[in-house]
Design a protein around this ligand. Structure first.
Ligand code: SAH
Length: 438
C-alpha cells in the first residue's frame, strides 16, 4: 500500500490515514511517502511497516547510535533535533486542544544544549552468550539483552565503568543470572554520576549472595575509574525492581552528592534524582519564575522527591511543605534541607491525595510534579476547595496534564504552558504550566 505520513503518534511513529482507518508506521516522518505492509490490526488502528521509501523528509538523519533500530530506549534518533522539538511542542499543544479544549498558546519548547550524553544514570542488564558475558538493554521486540558497548544518551564514564565491570566479571568466569535455568549471579549494574561533582556510584545487583573475587574486582575498578566514590552490592531477587532496598556498601559511603544551582543533594541507590540535571535546573528556574513566590507565601510542593523544588522555593517563600510517598526520599529531603541550612521547609511522608483530602491548612501556592498518571480526582477536588492563588503544574505526560487542566480550568486561568526537553532522542516531554485563580 502506498501512503504518506500526516502526523505523529505520541511515541513518534508516523500516522497514516487510509480512508477512516489509522495506521501507525514506525520510522516514517511527516511528509514522507512509502510503500507499507500492515503488520497487525488493533481495535482502533493498525500497525504498518515500511517496505520501501518513495520520498524522504529533509528532517531525516542517520541515527548516530548503531543499536537504535533494535534497542527501543530511544525513539526519535532518526529525526533532526529541531524536528524532535517541533514534534514535542505539537504534542503538548494538541493534548491541550483535543483533551482539555484549551486554546492557550504554548510557549516555545526549552531545548537542551546537550541532546546526547545527558543522562546521569545508566542501568544495564547482564546476559550470557557463547562469547562470554554481555551487558546492555532489553531489545524492544524480543526482550532479550542486547550487547551495548556504549549508549549515546548516557554519560560516557558510566558506559566505561560498566564495560570494565563486565570484562572483570567475565575474566573470573562470573555468569549472568538466567531466570530459566535459575543459575548464574549478576543481574544488573547501575552507575549514577553527580555531573557537577564528578562523583560516581556503582551499584552491582545480583540474584544471590556470594560476590566472588570481590576485593580484586573493587580495586581494579577504582584503579581504572578514580572518580568512583562508592560501590554498593545488592542482592535483589525481585523481577519487578532493578534496584533493591538493602545496600551492602563495599566501598565508600554508600552515597554520592551532586550540586544543582546553590544546593547540594545527596544521592543514594534508591533516590529519585532528575536524570538530566542541567535541564532540570531550567525546569525548576522556570517553575519558580512563573510562581513568583514572595516572603508571605506558604507553598505546597506535592510529589517532592528528595526535596529539590522545595529547597529552591524555600529561598523565596515564608514556608514550604513537601509531600512525598517514599520514606527514603523524605529522609533524603530532610538531610538535603539540613546540609543546605534551610529551616523553613517541612517534609511529610504521605500519599499526596490522602494528604490533600485530610489537610486543614491553606497554601498560597501549590506546585505539583506528579508521576505520569497525573493527579487523582480527589486531589483536584481538594485543590478546588483550598483555592490557592496560584498553581504550578510540572508534568511529564501531556495527556494526563490536559485531562487535569480540563478539570482545573473552571477554577483557574491557564496563563502559561512551557514544554521543556529533558529527554532528547526519546518521545518523553516535560512541561510547566502556570494556573492563576480566577
Ligand atoms: N519533584 C521531584 C520529584 C518528581 S518525581 C523532582 O523534581 O525531583 C515524582 C515523585 O512523586 C517521586 O518522588 C515519587 O516517589 C512521588 N510519588 C509518586 N506517587 C505519589 C503519591 N501518590 N503521593 C506522593 N508522592 C508520590
Amino acid at each position: 500500500m502506498k501512503v504518506k505520513a500526516v502526523d505523529y503518534a505520541h511515541d513518534g511513529r508516523g500516522v497514516v490515514k487510509t480512508g477512516k482507518d489509522l495506521v501507525f508506521v514506525p520510522n516514517l516522518l511527516i511528509g514522507e511517502e512509502a510503500e507499507i505492509t500492515i503488520r497487525s490490526n488493533k481495535k482502533n488502528y493498525s500497525i504498518g511497516e515500511v517496505k520501501n521509501y518513495l520520498s524522504l523528509s529533509k528532517e531525516r538523519v542517520t541515527p548516530p547510535c548503531m543499536y537504535y533500530q533494535q534497542c527501543g530506549g530511544c525513539q526519535l534518533q532518526h529525526m533532526t533535533y529541531e524536528h524532535q522539538l517541533e514534534m514535542k511542542q505539537k504534542r503538548v499543544s494538541d493534548a491541550l486542544k483535543h483533551i482539555a479544549k484549551l486554546y492557550v498558546p504554548v510557549d516555545d519548547i526549552i531545548k537542551s544544549t546537550s541532546p546526547f550524553e545527558y543522562r546521569n544514570k545508566i542501568q544495564m542488564a547482564f546476559a550470557n552468550t557463547k562469547e562470554g558475558l554481555i551487558a546492555g538493554f532489553y531489545q524492544a521486540k524480543t526482550k532479550k539483552v542486547l550487547n551495548i558497548n556504549t549508549c549515546l544518551i548516557e554519560h560516557e564514564e558510566g558506559n566505561q565503568v560498566i564495560q570494565t565491570l563486565k570484562i572483570l566479571l567475565d575474566s573470573y568466569h562470573v555468569k549472568a543470572y538466567d531466570p530459566i535455568t535459575k543459575k548464574g549471579w549478576i543481574k544488573h549494574a547501575v552507575v549514577k554520576k553527580g555531573i557537577y561533582t564528578n562523583e560516581l556510584m556503582l551499584i552491582i545487583i545480583s540474584q544471590t549472595e556470594g560476590f566472588k573475587k570481590q576485593p580484586q574486582i573493587i580495586s581494579a575498578l577504582i584503579q581504572k575509574h578514580p572518580n568512583i566514590k562508592t560501590i554498593i552490592h545488592q542482592v535483589n531477587p525481585s523481577i519487578y525492581k532493578v534496584i533493591g532496598d538493602k545496600d551492602h556498601i563495599i566501598y565508600g559511603d554508600g552515597f554520592i552528592h551532586d550540586t544543582l544551582g546553590e544546593f547540594t543533594f545527596k544521592i543514594k541507590p534508591q533516590s529519585f534524582y532528575q536524570v538530566n540535571p542541567p535541564q532540570a535546573k531550567k525546569l525548576y528556574d522556570l517553575a519558580l519564575e512563573l510562581a513568583k513566590i514572595n516572603k508571605q507565601d506558604t507553598v505546597l510542593d506535592a510529589y517532592s522527591g528528595v526535596g529539590t523544588i522545595s529547597l529552591f522555593a524555600s529561598k523565596k517563600a515564608k514556608h514550604v511543605t513537601g509531600v512525598e510517598l517514599i520514606e527514603d526520599a523524605v529522609s533524603d529531603a530532610n538531610y538535603n534541607a539540613t546540609i543546605n541550612h534551610i529551616d523553613n521547609v517541612k517534609f511529610v511522608c504521605a500519599d499526596a491525595e490522602t494528604f490533600m483530602v485530610s489537610n486543614q491548612s491553606h497554601f498560597d501556592i501549590v506546585i505539583v510534579d506528579p508521576p505520569r498518571d497525573g493527579l487523582k480526582p480527589s486531589f483536584i477536588e481538594s485543590i478546588k476547595a483550598m483555592k490557592p492563588k496560584k498553581m504550578v503544574y510540572i508534568s511529564c505526560e501531556p495527556s494526563s496534564l490536559a485531562r487535569d487542566l480540563m478539570q482545573l480550568k473552571t477554577l483557574f486561568h491557564v496563563k502559561k504552558v512551557v514544554p521543556v526537553d529533558m529527554f532528547s532522542q526519546t518521545y518523553h516531554v516535560e512541561s510547566v504550566s502556570l494556573l492563576e485563580l480566577k
